[in-house]
Design a protein around this ligand. Structure first.
Ligand code: AMP
Length: 414
């Protein structure tokens, strides 16, 4: 026997029941976002590697160690998309969307790829739902984006949802803060993990994310960004919070919240679920006012987030799945009459299935019960169509299959 081939580590098959739950989630997302004026966009699964190295940032975990990068037959360096914002920003620029009425509001739903340590809730291929609003700086864009994620999670029944929000300020105030943080980290260098020590120059903010005990102690009295926000950034943040209050969105301000990507400025937020274990983040995002310019577009403010589809489902956002009822099951053996009956029934708008397993009549009736089919049809030995109503038990003979459709199935019964 040949050895069994399994799916690669960190990937998951989406089996029919899970596919149904995802379809419901996608549909709810569409309802919630499109009601707020967001339109669907899909970008390619792979992009030029440079988009992510420039857009997501050289200092990030994603670019340093998590990208699936390959050369195509023409020698180009391509990367399976690890996140959506850089790609949507590229599409915005490439298609001149800045000429549209602003902000341009987009949403997406699709697979993403990161070479991460696979574990429960963390995969190498995972799906994200996300939104991006490009072209407006207004704090209402930030508050609305957060509200839309909370609304979506509520509408699919995700449990234990908690919002954390913070502001990173703009690049200028962040630069002053970075200096102060670097000074603090250098003064305590001997207590830091090797990884954090190695990143003092490149990305000192990530020290807040460390789970190394010594580092955590040092971070307890680290300077906080909120004390370095300039008045405009502080005012922007205050307005975002006021709008969340106005919409009764509960949140916690977490001044140690830093997101793993370089492009954020001002508002950042994450949504966690208390129902999940170590990988508790359902989604996160923030404002990225410099990103579009960074990848060659016009100066454009932006705000968006992405949420993990598998995580939402794990947090109970898996709506109950009731399979659609079957109207008609046609018993075999499948000949032209049976085949035509199913084709005609479907054309007439019925949900009709053929028995493809060559079951006996008894077997077909049993299968009809399993499928909860309303009617079963088969040809008797005299070439007449027999139709059984599985609800009433009534059985009748029709002269031919046309009559089955015309007289019975399209009648008041269905
Ligand atoms: P990020 O932009 O990295 O914060 O990702 C946004 C959301 O996507 C996270 O909050 C997770 O729900 C989900 N996510 C990110 N990476 C993974 C992964 N490797 N496996 C599963 N879900 C992920």
């Amino acid at each position: 026997m040949s050895p069994k081939i399994q799916a690669p580590r960190g990937t998951q098959d989406v089996l029919p029941e899970q596919a149904a739950a995802r379809a419901v989630l996608e549909e709810r997302a569409r309802e919630v976002f499109e009601a707020a004026g967001y339109e669907r966009i899909e970008t390619p699964i792979f992009e030029h590697t440079e988009l992510f190295s420039r857009g997501v940032g050289e200092s990030t975990d994603i670019v340093q160690k998590e990208m699936y990068t390959f050369q195509d037959g023409g020698g180009r360096s391509l990367t399976l998309r690890p996140e959506g914002t850089a790609a949507v920003s590229r599409a915005y620029t490439e298609h001149g969307m800045h000429k549209l009425p602003l902000p341009v509001k987009l949403w997406y739903f699709g697979p993403f790829f990161r070479y991460e340590r696979a574990q429960a809730g963390r995969y190498r291929q995972f799906w994200q739902i996300g939104i991006e609003a490009l072209g407006a700086e207004d704090p209402a864009v930030d508050a609305e984006a957060i509200l839309l994620l909370v609304t979506l999670l509520q509408s699919v029944g995700a449990r234990g949802v908690k919002v954390k929000v913070s502001s990173l300020g703009r690049l200028e105030s962040r630069a002053v803060y970075r200096d102060a943080l670097q000074t603090h980290l250098r003064a305590n260098e001997d207590r830091l993990s090797d990884e954090v020590r190695g990143r003092i120059d490149l990305n000192p903010l990530r020290a807040f994310d460390s789970d190394h005990p010594g580092t955590q102690e040092v971070m307890r009295d680290a300077p906080l960004l909120r004390d370095f926000l300039d008045p405009e950034d502080a005012e922007h943040f205050a307005q975002v919070l006021a709008l969340l209050d106005a919409a009764d969105v509960p949140y916690e301000v977490d001044p140690t919240l830093v997101r793993g990507l370089d492009y954020y400025s001002r508002t950042v937020f994450e949504v966690h679920s208390t129902e999940l274990g170590a990988q508790s983040a359902l989604g996160g995002g923030g404002r990225y006012d410099g990103l579009v310019e960074q990848i060659g577009g016009p100066p454009t403010p932006g705000m968006g987030w992405a949420a993990g589809v598998e995580r939402i489902l794990l947090a109970g956002g898996a709506p109950p799945h009731a399979p659609a009822p079957v109207d008609l099951l046609v018993g075999g053996p499948v000949g032209p009459e049976q085949f035509r009956l199913v084709a005609d029934a479907r054309r007439a708008g019925l949900r009709a299935q053929l028995d493809l397993a060559g079951r006996s009549l008894k077997g077909v009736l049993k299968q009809a019960n399993r499928l909860d089919a309303r009617y079963v049809a088969w040809m008797d030995d005299d070439g007449h169509a027999q139709l059984k109503d599985m609800q009433t038990g009534e059985q009748l003979t029709a002269p031919d299959t046309d009559a089955v459709i015309r007289d019975v199935l399209r009648g008041p019964g269905l």
